[in-house]
Design a protein around this ligand. Structure first.
Ligand code: FES
Ligand code: FES
Length: 171
């Protein structure tokens, strides 16, 4: 098979490699971009461990060919492109506080799936959170703490919004 030289924008930086056209985005991210927080947990596109954001939408990177994500029109964000341990996103912070992870294998995908919900629905209820995460499997937590973490992040975001919209008292 003819190999191709491609470039993908990953977390804002171009990454180039020579690959076979059949290579999946998840393999490109792990093997060429070094973004090993993107996990491979199945070969049936069911586990969601490989979830990333591509052009602002969450995708399972095992369902996308690397050549479909080329830089001319696309960009990809992996978990390494979100918060850092010293500067976590509010959702990552909530996962930490609520013990929403154990082994952590599913966590990057969970974070992307949950963030997509919070971007869409400001104040989701438990059923909406569970529905949003139904494509992401966790083998450790039993899901409860994950759901609680998402609800906590949502309630904090709403609190911040409400506080910001309150009229300021005159000094
Ligand atoms: S590795 Fe992509 S869904 Fe499981
Ligand atoms: S924390 Fe281990 S798979 Fe979810």
């Amino acid at each position: 098979m003819t190999r191709q030289h491609i470039t993908i924008t990953v977390n804002g930086a171009p990454v180039s490699a020579v690959i076979e056209p059949r290579e999946l985005l998840v393999h490109f991210l792990r093997d060429h971009a070094g973004m090993t927080g993107t996990h491979i947990g199945c070969d049936t596109s069911q586990c969601g461990a490989c979830t990333v954001r591509m052009d602002g939408k969450t995708v399972k990177s095992c369902t996308v060919l690397a050549v479909q994500a080329q830089t001319q029109t696309h960009s990809v964000t992996t978990i390494e492109g979100l918060g850092t341990p010293k500067n976590m996103t509010p959702l990552q912070q909530a996962f930490t506080e609520m013990h929403g992870l154990q082994c952590g294998f599913c966590t990057p995908g969970m974070i992307f799936a949950a963030q997509a919900l919070l971007d869409r629905v400001a104040n989701p209820n438990e059923a909406q959170v569970r529905e949003a995460l139904h494509g992401n499997l966790c083998r450790c937590t039993g899901y409860k703490n994950i759901v609680d973490a998402v609800l906590l992040a949502a309630s904090r975001a709403n609190q911040t919004t409400n506080d910001a919209s309150k009229p300021k008292e005159n000094a």
